[in-house]
Design a protein around this ligand. Structure first.
Ligand SMILES: Cc1cc2nc3c(=O)[nH]c(=O)nc-3n(C[C@H](O)[C@H](O)[C@H](O)COP(=O)(O)O)c2cc1C
Length: 166
């Protein structure tokens, strides 16, 4: 059966240029069925860049950025693996703290509690954000929860991790 990749992104610079072509398309080419969830910021940026339509064409599952109504069924099946890239400093911090104040973080915070489901996170932050006194602690929290934190710098390190996970 085709494995489902929970592919999540956030409002980090350049996401509107490389998220689809650099991550989503290569993941599909590797045989993954995409369950895409965006932060509200990423949704605005991808919408403005005309990326939402082409992204939706890559998967039979809806591209999400809002929560479902209680009367609606869950639009995505449970993913076999999660990739959050690029992940803003804002969303990395919220994930480490367990704050689920949008659909992307709701998915990710729950993912951290699922046994045996890999979660790959690629932060994209600037020097000032990395110098925040709590930053290193938040990354340590994620690593201690089993998150695979991959180096910053475009899709290659993320795709290498996907290839390693098989
Ligand atoms: C053009 C632009 C580029 C940005 N790039 C980054 C970035 O690379 N990393 C980051 O942590 N924040 C970046 N930000 C700030 C985030 O977009 C902002 O913190 C936002 O609240 C993140 O929301 P989200 O984490 O829910 O997507 C950028 C903002 C703008 C306007």
């Amino acid at each position: 059966m085709t494995r489902v990749l929970g592919l999540i992104t956030s409002g980090a610079g350049g996401v509107e240029r490389w998220f689809r072509t650099g991550l989503a398309v290569p993941a599909v080419e590797r045989g993954w069925r995409l369950a895409v969830t965006l932060t509200p910021t990423a949704a605005r940026w991808l919408d403005e860049a005309g990326e939402l339509g082409p992204l939706a064409e890559l998967t039979d599952l809806p591209v999400r950025w809002t929560s479902r109504l209680p009367s609606e069924p869950k639009p995505h099946p449970p993913p076999d693996c999660f990739v959050f890239a690029p992940a803003t400093a804002n969303s990395v911090v919220k994930l480490a703290l367990g704050i689920s104040d949008n659909q992307a973080l709701t998915v990710l915070c729950e993912a951290l509690g699922l046994p045996d489901v890999p979660v790959v996170v690629q932060p994209q932050s600037n020097e000032a954000q990395r110098r925040h006194p709590a930053w290193a602690g938040h990354l340590a929290t994620l690593r201690s929860a089993g998150v695979l934190v991959v180096p910053e710098g475009g899709p290659e390190p993320v795709l290498a991790e996907l290839d390693r996970l098989g």
